[in-house]
Design a protein around this ligand. Structure first.
Ligand code: BG6
Length: 487
């Protein structure tokens, strides 16, 4: 991926956690790899917590460097990376300070990117302040999630930002879309004739999408307690994955063709009937337990979390898509913190053969399934039945594996690196369009409302397990179970 387009990348929240862990390391990787960032491209960090450029670079050395290149830092590349960085001290509460930013960037080359790695309450004030000094023109703006708390608040942000930036200037990040395996899912589906004919209700019995984490809420208790797993993971990451799994083949890979198809899926999600919520949605909250041999505390005792909090840290859902391809096929979604393993994967369960001349084992549900492991260890695994060696015709489950790190030893890119390069190069396909975001909120909101109205606490689960038993019971009603791969 080469670029000769120069850029000025303005990073708001320059000393924040996201800048430290993800954004600056991703920019460094792109810089180190060579040929991805124009030599003249500049990074302008905006923050309050450093006095000047020298102090900011010191902070970058201390805090960002530990997060770059797992295999050690290339010191020459690191030194030249620091040369790209400028610094502007701005108090975001003071719009007048933005003249400092205007002066700092006025002679810098290329397209301007404003990356808002700040809380959402600052999105609108920052955009307005940028407009007040004319910096919105011909620029791109990147908005981090969470973009709002519900449809109304997300619309309020989108309306206000939309008065200042046109939709084609707005890059809403969902970092799951930048993950290599998610790209691979598109390649698998639309680059191979093999799978597409089977990718429909006639051959698919059910689909599972899991994003499981071992981590708890870490230092984000305060934020998380007002958010919960449905807003934090389902409204965005899981529904985005679902839309990619279920979408029709796009006419081309240009931004709007892909996003139009994803939108059609989101709009076709069967609305959840509040009376059915107990059958199709499970919410849970972690209690204390053991993860990899270490005792971990209950959610309710985490710093920042309210006593007796009823915020969910686990969600499992049965989702249906009302269109010809998927009518009647359940999509089971699941996400949670403090689960038994860190894993993100998609499992496509194919139907059993219609008639078996080989005994009942060939009629077993799930005998044919395709498992797309997004993380860790990106793999695609196809399960089939084969004859066990020896006498008689006994079938056993075997699998074909495609382990990506064995085929492609180089060129793997972190999600943020890919997405930042896309912003700099003006590629919108992997960013969420406003109408997609609205459709996702529209579908999720009745669940949030119903949970709130019913006032029932989430179901407890011990840390280090796969969540509340009700999540398994939901699948059992459909004659299936959650399928967890060995790591
Ligand atoms: C973020 C959520 O969007 O995604 C976090 O806010 C979550 O709560 C994270 O931990 C998971 O991302 P990844 O890439 O580590 O699977």
């Amino acid at each position: 991926m080469q670029t000769d387009s120069s850029f000025t990348f303005v990073l708001f929240g320059g000393t924040g956690d996201l800048s430290m862990r993800k954004i600056l390391p991703a920019l460094f990787e792109a810089h180190r790899a060579g040929g991805m960032l124009a030599d003249s491209g500049k990074i302008v960090a905006v923050a309050r917590h450093a006095a000047d450029r020298g102090e900011y670079l010191q902070w970058v050395n201390e805090h960002v460097k530990p997060h770059v290149s797992k295999n050690g830092v290339d010191e020459t590349a690191w030194a030249s990376f620091l040369e790209r960085i400028e610094f502007v001290k701005i108090d975001l509460g003071n719009p007048e300070d933005f003249t400092l930013l205007r002066d700092a960037v006025k002679d810098l080359p290329g397209i301007r990117v404003f990356y808002l790695a700040t809380g959402p309450s600052l999105f609108v004030p920052i955009c307005r302040a940028l407009a007040s000094v004319g910096l919105n023109e011909n620029a791109r703006i990147v908005l981090e999630k969470p973009l709002g708390y519900d449809l109304k608040s997300s619309n309020a942000i989108n309306d206000a930002v939309g008065e200042i930036f046109a939709e084609e200037q707005i890059y809403r990040i969902d970092h799951y879309l930048g993950k290599e395996p998610v790209q691979n899912l598109l390649a698998l589906r639309f680059g191979n004739a093999l799978f597409e004919p089977l990718w429909r209700r006639e051959w698919v019995e059910s689909i599972q999408i899991t994003i499981a984490e071992e981590l708890g809420v870490e230092a984000r208790g305060d934020f998380y307690d007002n958010t919960g797993a449905l807003r934090d993971m389902v409204q965005n990451h899981l529904l985005q994955l679902l839309s990619i799994v279920a979408m029709e083949p796009p006419h081309s890979m240009d931004s709007d063709s892909v996003r139009d198809e994803k939108l059609r899926v989101l709009r076709a999600l069967k609305p959840i009937n509040p009376l059915d919520i107990g059958k199709v949605a499970v919410r849970g909250q972690y209690h204390s337990g053991v993860i990899r041999g270490n005792a971990v505390p209950a959610y309710a005792t985490e710093p920042g979390v309210k006593q007796n909090s009823t915020t969910e840290t686990f969600v499992a859902l049965k989702v249906e898509i009302e269109n010809w391809r998927w009518a009647g096929v359940p999509f089971f979604l699941r996400t949670g913190k403090r689960l038994a393993d860190r894993v993100a994967e998609i499992v496509v369960n194919f139907r059993a053969v219609p008639h078996s001349a080989l005994g009942v084992s060939a009629l077993r549900a799930g005998a044919n399934r395709l498992v797309i492991r997004l993380q860790p260890n990106e793999t695609i695994r196809l399960y089939c039945l084969a004859k066990q060696p020896g006498e008689g015709m006994n079938l056993a489950s075997v699998h074909l594996d495609l382990a990506f790190d064995q085929f492609f030893r180089e060129g793997q890119m972190e999600a943020y690196q890919r997405l930042l390069l896309d912003v700099i190069n003006g590629r919108l396909a992997l960013f969420v369009r406003r109408d997609e975001q609205e459709a996702a909120w529209r579908w999720v909101e009745p669940i949030l409302n119903e949970w709130k109205a019913s006032n029932k606490p989430p179901k407890p689960y011990a840390s280090g397990t796969w969540g509340p038993a009700a999540a398994s019971a939901m699948l059992a009603q459909h004659g299936t179970c959650w399928l967890e791969e060995e790591n």
